[in-house]
Write a protein that binds this ligand. Structure first.
Ligand code: F6R
Length: 598
């Protein structure tokens, strides 16, 4: 949600900043701007996507060695040029770019206006520039610290002053990294912005501030005491953050799922044993609570089925946004698992905080290495799915489900039980089975074409495939703007059946499991009312042929693994329908990757 890049060094600065913004565009794309120091502050801003900023003629004139830039996803104030970052103080000496939310901005704005500051935008961020101006007397770091002590809320910040050869950055609840080069330094909200130049990064922790010059950096806490920053070597490659031959990141990421699953298993499944580096006494766990949002919440629901069945430990799954405020019953014998692709989701972070305040043990299941959640939990499991840039989450979802299954099997193993040979074999077979379903993408595309005019969809599944139905519906609505709902198939007759007519497509997850026959009865109920049926099955039978208008055959696997296979068919349906509707699936309206605000 919003992206920041900053640079200090000898390169031509505009291409570095614009290039970085393009890499960050998936985090927000309603307006963008840059500011470079050269005889004062040179600012160019534009409403719209990065290419519109890039096409501004003034940009060609800008030279300099220090600059910051921002791509925005609007929270306070509509997307327009004035509200775009960077924001300046009254004297146009200080520029800031900000991710996050200043919760007490109304009172701070009033205070500043009473002191004569002219605030020109409707954003909460602009007041940061004015507060720094208020406190500035030739020491930028000091002025920033005084400002940060006044601010309530979250920030990832980069700040420059026209007379100072440095960038100041700060973090609380919104990511900020320092990229270390040779005679040059980068700052960014996300490693993908700087991966073209360096793989050495430091992840700032909450309430840290850093002063960055061309050759050096110094990190402090808000008491101005020095703190160490651990340098990490990024494993992601440039190829991973480029689309390659794919039309969209989303499609690329759907096709990366066999490797993503292989990556999770690599090093964690050895000679029939699950190896996870978790500092956890599994015998002590009384109850598990999973907290997450959106797609990650759906994987959590599947996790509940898996963990309860495999370990017999009770599991609750909560929306992180609800958990954080409902005074949940949690204690030191409970384990709270936070699931998050980005590791930065504000609600999930707050839910973790709530869990920790009640002394629960915490685990993170996270994709982005070094992200805030990974800094806040007692221990964790990385997905290692590689960067997920498409706004709609795909490979992170299947990786999360796989990780939850490994976690459940690990508990079983640690409790002294053997993991069945059939399960171990099927884990090895899974990437191959995913490749089989991906080979059907053209077939699925043809089916999708029939639904480009639809305005509603129902997705139905049972057991482990009920959350898959929810996820299929979410994928469709996010990127095609078609209203879609997921239900447990048996719930259909308790209400949604009223919606069924010839205009209502219904997707059934009807792969083999204990409920297959019951799902067939549900299909009959839909057929009898004229609904159009898409069935995801393991095998075409004459009965399915009679009932379903369209059939997608997916490889058979163990019930525990079926969500991973089945959801891929639904990801492809959603992708192709959105593509037929000519929607930019990587940048669907109103959405942005990583929701770092409440
Ligand atoms: C859906 C999607 C969102 C995220 C949700 C949580 O495709 O991407 O629903 O799953 O915002 O994000 P993370 O997993 O980063 O915490």
């Amino acid at each position: 949600m919003c992206g920041i890049i900053g640079y200090i060094g000898e390169r031509e600065i505009v291409p570095v900043l614009i290039g970085g913004l393009k890499r960050l565009e998936y985090r927000g794309y309603d307006s963008a701007g840059i500011c470079v120091i050269n005889n004062g502050l040179n600012v160019v801003k534009k409403k719209g996507k990065i290419f519109e900023l890039e096409n501004q003629p003034e940009l060609k004139e800008i030279k300099g060695k220090i600059g910051i830039a921002h791509t925005r996803w609007a929270t306070h104030g509509e997307p327009n040029k004035t509200n775009a970052h960077p924001h300046l103080d009254c004297n146009k000496e200080i520029a800031i770019v900000h991710n996050g939310i200043v919760e007490n901005y109304h009172s701070l704005k009033k205070l500043l206006e009473n002191e004569g500051h002219k605030i020109i935008s409707n954003t909460d961020s602009e007041i940061i520039a004015h507060l720094i101006e208020k406190f500035y007397s030739k020491d930028l770091e000091e002025a920033v610290i005084k400002t940060l002590k006044l601010i309530k809320g979250t920030f990832g910040l980069a700040i420059i002053h026209k007379n100072e050869n440095k960038i100041i950055v700060a973090k609380r609840g919104s990511p900020l990294i320092i990229g270390i080069g040779e005679g040059e330094m980068f700052v960014a909200s996300d490693v993908s912005a700087i991966l073209d130049y360096t793989k050495k990064v430091i992840y700032l922790r909450d309430n840290e501030i850093a002063e960055i010059t061309k050759d050096n950096y110094s990190i402090k806490n808000l008491e101005r005491e020095k703190v160490d920053g651990k340098i990490h070597e990024i494993q992601w490659t440039i190829n991973q953050i480029e689309k390659g031959n794919f039309e969209h990141f989303m499609l690329k990421e759907i096709f990366e799922q066999p490797e993503a699953i292989e990556n999770i298993l690599r090093g964690r499944l050895k000679k029939g044993k699950i190896k996870l580096s978790l500092n956890l006494d599994v015998g002590q766990i009384n109850k598990i609570i999973i907290v997450a949002c959106g797609t990650s919440w759906h994987s959590g629901l599947i996790g509940k089925y898996l963990i309860e069945e495999i370990t017999q430990i009770p599991v609750e799954v909560d929306y992180a946004s609800e958990f954080r405020y409902r005074n949940p019953i949690v204690n030191e014998n409970d384990l709270v698992i936070a699931i998050s692709q980005s590791g930065e989701t504000a609600d999930t972070l707050a839910a973790l905080k709530e869990a920790k305040s009640k002394n629960a043990k915490t685990i993170g299941i996270v994709n982005v290495v070094g992200s805030t959640i990974t800094q806040d939990v007692d221990c964790g499991i990385y997905l290692h799915a590689g960067p997920e840039i498409g706004v709609a989450s795909t490979k992170a979802f299947t990786s999360q489900v796989m990780t939850l299954l490994l976690f459940a099997l690990y508990i079983k193993q640690e409790k002294g039980f053997e993991i069945e040979k059939k399960m171990l074999e099927e884990l090895e077979n899974l990437p191959g089975k995913i490749r089989e379903i991906l080979e059907k993408s053209e077939e699925i595309k043809k089916i999708a074409e029939n639904f480009k005019e639809s305005s509603n969809f129902l997705y139905l599944g049972r057991g482990l495939n009920f959350p898959v139905a929810l996820e299929g519906a979410l994928k469709l609505k996010e990127i095609s703007y078609i209203h879609a709902e997921g239900y447990p198939a048996a719930e259909m007759k308790h209400g949604p059946i009223a919606l069924i007519d010839k205009n209502m497509p219904v997707v059934f997850l009807a792969t083999k499991n204990n409920y297959s026959n019951k799902i067939l009865s549900n299909m009959q109920e839909v057929k009898a009312r004229g609904g159009r049926i898409v069935a995801v099955v393991n095998e075409k039978t004459s009965e399915i042929d009679k009932l379903a208008d369209y059939v997608i055959e997916v490889p058979e696997t163990l019930n525990y693994l079926s969500p991973i296979i089945n959801v891929i068919a639904l990801q492809l349906i959603a992708y192709y329908i959105a593509n037929f509707k000519e929607i930019d699936v990587d940048k669907p309206r109103n959405l942005a990757k990583s929701v770092t605000v409440e």
